[in-house]
Design a binder for this molecule. Structure first.
Ligand code: CP
Length: 300
């Protein structure tokens, strides 16, 4: 049976933990596991991406898939074809699954009649479930649990599908999430904490990218002013708990939401998150087609 992955809140706690278990297994005992039958996957990216697009592609290649990378430019989208008709076309011409990133929030509501699995690679400011899963895997590798973990999410929360998905996940898994940043970029300004307070409170300090592309107008303060007011400076990093880690979904605006020297510091897990991205994408692809590890094997 096909399994879409559209929003974190569509998953049970058991399903969430099961995907993380599979992702971790791909790092050890099942690193050579592949689909017994080759799958044909289309990566449909209507918005720019490096990490999500190419870690899906890496995961697909590792799992014995053929991969087609679709871009709207040069396709019939330029003649006005709708998202639904584009995806229905990929289904009709023999693709086994589609990975979609699109600027429209919850674009997948238009795709109810699609019979092949849909893996959401990010919808507008709504959801980013595979980013969330790689964030969760990184947290679990560090702390071994979610219950009682304090997650500080700082920055452009309002426009962040990453923030919205991790908030849902921590609700399911028993962690505590608090938010900080400019008041005008909060979902709920009444719940906005000071950045200084959050960096010393969190076990995980997750900095968010300033998402200029979703803003109606140019940011009023300079990049240096933003770093000083809301970013992770070296001074704030020194206020973090000894065991606390830094995360960021990337791409990073170095020197804006985080001091450039901190991106690869000892506390940073930013590149570890990217490594984990391939593992969770292998796990959600395996789940999409309902395979267990006992059904696959290395292709000869
Ligand atoms: N974190 C993330 O989604 O990065 P990309 O936009 O490069 O895919």
């Amino acid at each position: 049976m096909k399994k879409d992955l559209l929003r974190i809140q569509d998953l049970t706690k058991t399903e969430l933990l099961g995907i993380l278990d599979d992702a971790q297994a791909f790092a050890s005992d099942y690193q050579d596991w592949q689909f017994p039958e080759r799958k044909l996957i289309a990566n449909l990216f209507f918005e720019p991406s490096t990490r999500t697009h190419y870690s899906f592609a890496s995961a697909e290649h590792q799992l014995n898939c053929r991969v087609e990378n679709f871009t709207a430019a040069g396709s019939s989208v330029e003649k006005g074809e709708s998202l639904y008709d584009t995806v229905k076309t990929f289904e009709s011409i023999g693709f086994d699954a589609v990975v979609i990133r699109h600027k429209q929030d919850e674009y997948f509501k238009e795709l109810k009649n699609i019979k092949i699995p849909i893996l959401n690679a990010g919808d507008g400011k709504g959801n980013h479930p595979t980013q969330c899963l790689l964030d969760l895997l990184t947290i679990r590798q560090e702390f071994g649990r979610f219950e009682g973990i304090k997650l500080a999410v700082i920055g452009d929360v309002l426009h962040s599908r990453v923030a919205h998905s991790i908030k849902e996940a921590m609700l399911i898994l028993g962690g505590e999430t608090r938010f900080g940043g400019p008041l005008e970029w909060m979902d709920d300004p009444s719940q906005c904490a000071s950045v200084d307070e959050l960096v010393s409170w969190g076990d995980v300090v997750m900095m968010l990218r300033v998402q200029h592309e979703r803003h109606g107008e140019k940011m009023k303060m300079s990049e240096a002013e933003y770093l000083e007011a809301y970013g992770l400076t070296k001074k704030r990093c020194a206020m973090m708990k000894p065991h606390a880690i830094i995360m960021h979904p990337a791409p990073v605006n170095r020197g804006v939401e985080i001091d450039s020297d901190l991106v690869e510091c000892e506390k940073s897990r930013i590149f570890k998150q990217m490594e984990n991205g391939v593992l969770v994408r292998k796990a959600v692809l395996k789940r999409a087609f309902g395979y267990s590890f006992h059904e696959g094997g290395k292709a000869s």
